[in-house]
Design a protein around this ligand. Sequence first.
Ligand SMILES: [Fe+2]
Length: 319
Amino acid sequence: MHLLVHFIFFLLLIGPTLGSAEPLRIAFGSCIKEPHSQIFSAISKHDPDLLFLLGDTVYYPDNILGNEQEMRSLFKTHLETPTLQALLKSTTHHALWDDHDYGANNVDSLVPYRAITERVFRSLFSIPEHPEGFSKGIHRSFVQRNVRFILTDNRSFRVNPNQGKPSAHFGAQQLSWIESLLAKDDVPTTVLVSGGQILNNPGPTYESLAAYPHEHERLITALSRAPSQVVILSGDKHFADIVRLRTADKELIEASSSPLSANLKSPKLIGNPKGRIASFTTEQNFGLLEIDHTKEPRDMSIKIHTKTRPVLSWHAQSS
Ligand SMILES: [Fe+2]
């Protein structure tokens, strides 16, 4: 009897892994000004299992902010452009927002059209109900093929510094929700997805969690103590890089890809943040994360691609 119980428990534990003979392939990127770009066909060719749009999927013009009908119409037309639409129709995709598809440059949650922008975004991307206990926000989480994805919201709870209120990036309630998911020990790998930078502050022209030291310290601690292997995906910067932060408990990796089809940042503004392993500044790009739980040790790789070729890569194994 004892033996039988143990055998069933073992099957339950490894069950999800047995069902996935292929690596999980996740495409990611941000910042779409030109929805006709061939970069969307290039992503399709990799046949990703999942696609994350990490923000600035559209750039709203200031003069329609708060006009729900015009915001919805402009964003819908953008998504229905044939090149972009072909990718979205063929790939399971999940969108987060950053500043420009929430409102305007570097805006926070105090904008008067907050509820309107959330309605538009939720309807266009069929975003499910809020997590329990929340009345706003597009943050959500799911597990696929033994990987937990935590999709964060860096706008709905944000209070920029100098607003006459305590500043916030994710906000205390969302941060507690993220911490509780990171503490789970039921999957070997967790992917934290964010519009903006998490590990490092890339410089004064960028937004980043590091500009909110209290939240930054809490999240780095939670990432470090997570029982699972953790990788972070982000966008926003209009160049790509891979950053590593070694804490006492583990090595944290953040891969940023941007822009998919918008202007590139001047290399002069890119700076050299601590921990950057590599950067790529000269062409529009997307990322590919591959997680292979079928090997032992487990295998994970990240590549940054242009329309035509891979340009950065990182690879790790863990047991
Ligand atoms: Fe952008």
